[in-house]
Design a protein around this ligand. Sequence first.
Ligand code: 3H9
Length: 703
Amino acid sequence: MSLVGYEKHGTVAVLTVNNPPVNAMSPGVPKGICEGVAQANADDTVSAIVLIGGGRGFIAGADIRYFSLPWPDGEESFADIIAAFEASPKPVIAAIHGHALGGGLETAMACHYRVIVPTANVGQPEVKLGFPPGAGGTQRLPRLAGLSDALDMIVSGNPVKAPKAAAMGIVDQVIDGDLLEGALAFATEKGAQGGDHRRTRDIELTLDDPGIFEAKRKEIARRARGMRAPFACIECVEAAVELEFDAGVKREREIFKECVKSEESVAMRHVFFAERAANKIPGISKDVKPRTIAKAGVLGAGTMGGGIAMNFVNAGIPVTIIEQSQEALDRGMGIIAKNYAATVAKGRMSQEQMDACLGAITPTTSMDDLADADMIIEAVFETMAVKKEVFTKLDAVAKPDAILTSNTSYLDINEIAEAIPGRNGHVLGTHFFSPANVMRLVEVVRTDNVSDENLVTTMDIGRRMRKLPIVTGVCHGFIGNRMLEGYFGEASIMVEQGAKPLQIDTVMFGYGMAMGPLAVMDLAGLDIGWSKRKDAGGGTAADSVGAFVSNRLCEMGRYGQKTKRGYYIYEDGSRRPVPDAEVDQLAADAAAHFGFEHRAFKDQEILERCLYPLVNIGADILAEGHALRASDIDLVYLNGYGFPGWRGGPMHWAGTVGLDKVYEAVCRYHETLGFDHWKPSPLLKKLAEEGKTFDDYDKNNAG
Ligand code: 3H9
């Protein structure tokens, strides 16, 4: 069956792309479009051509799967479509609804005219896949939208909504009513006009500000550190200014081809498909639908609870927030109001919207007010005893079928569920990341008895909150924090063996992490680990390897940024870490205490010792089934721990190093250092011996 329908409506030929779910340009689509244009031009009774998408949108761009697959021999391409449009004596009109993205927008821009419904988006998101647009987008968008706006869109990859696209000149008319009807009227009029129709390529491009490209490079320098694609986008738009149109297209194509082959692009495409896969839970049928959550409750109005309440409001769900004292409640509501006010100040929300959001939050000190909530998340103090007490209280007031979740970062949620056996199937975990209203990741912790329906509902609520929910099993620290123990652990141990904190952080920042591990520990607060160690040791924090320096720092009241001293010193009002000789001395004391050789470190060893434990522990988590797929682990690290997106996550990245090399190093460090996180994972060993990667593992195992 043809992927492109052909119909005549009066004197207008309508080509409809039917390639669900998103009308990507898979093989067959370009061919269908080219044949449709030829048929329309051969028909004397046709005066104009409309290109429209069937289903959810216009065209979502190239079929991303084909960047890793051979394009069928002899099959038409974007270039053929564009050539057919530009050579067409009859006007071609793109009629856009839903989305015109990437090659979809490039196709539309090669048409003579574009009409759009007000809700549609247009954009060039290619940079998010690690390459610039490759079908003339960097040459045509500046001609329609102007250099500055086009550069912003192409380098950020962010789409714009129809009204803005119209104001920018990307589209010619916004159609308020039925799209096809409006497009037919527009096309009939243009068809009757006769004469030449303007081609985007013929629009003159003016460079008002010669510094625009250098300014953009500077603007993105920190954010795009280590990446090629955003800079490649700038080069392509520069070519639009410097070269004739066809030469510009050729230059864009060369840069595009080079980028598509890069490890950066392979990693970013991995992330694209990983995000889609994360929605799927093997073994749960598509027929299991999420339940309606009309009202929610949050226990605890601290930083986490407040952020979670805001998330419910963002998802359009009114929420009751509860605290033990009026004072704590007022403080929590004050912080929520301050957060919204900051968004208003940035122009991202109106005062009316802020008032409506605050109006959707009901503060209370009475547990009874949670009686009508369909879902309740507790975000109280992180100890098992407190959590169990809270769940017992919830058991007494909550609706019988309410979903009850614990926002914990480490605790055994099965044990919490067992405390209220009558609610079997309704208890699970939602581990939000701080600040909960900002961070995209939420680990959804699947307890032994949670029902499929409640799991699916919790995932759905996560998505409605615009988060990225990832299913994880119940294990200490779940996916993210369990792996982190290896990462932070090695960083702390290396300090005690002689590596300077600044060297470790510089290596990891250079790798692409948002911050180095010791700077993160200072930010999070060294006292958190110290207090855990004290709890575990009955009041005394054991001086285990890696904890020696941290214990001494905490004893000195150096908890990190909040006390202006931790592994670094922080000057008044500054977050810039300044190295401190006192810490070097503590590290030397630690080396003497443990009998370590205090030595200089090579950057490569720092990199391996920080990252390989993530991979090794991740492999265990995967083999145990506590992660559904390796790509879920990647997403956890990318969205919760500042791992660079263009590396694809620790598991994907390990495949680019070679699992044989990683395994060999893990064995070597296990032999020389001996810590638990170096105990070689049997799954890592197996894949290394088979010459496979974690991506291969996912292909063979994930449902
Ligand atoms: C490009 O165009 C290069 C050009 O410059 C020309 C070069 C020569 N291809 O996201 P969803 C699948 S590069 C293949 O859940 P939504 C997706 O995997 C491209 N598959 O839906 C999923 O499959 P499954 C530039 C694609 O409604 C299903 O469709 N374009 C593609 O939440 C549903 O996806 C982009 O980067 C694709 N292009 O969001 C746009 N797109 O069900 C990428 C989607 O098996 N796409 N799939 O898991 C999107 O941003 C969103 O999918 C969209 C819909 C907003 C369109």
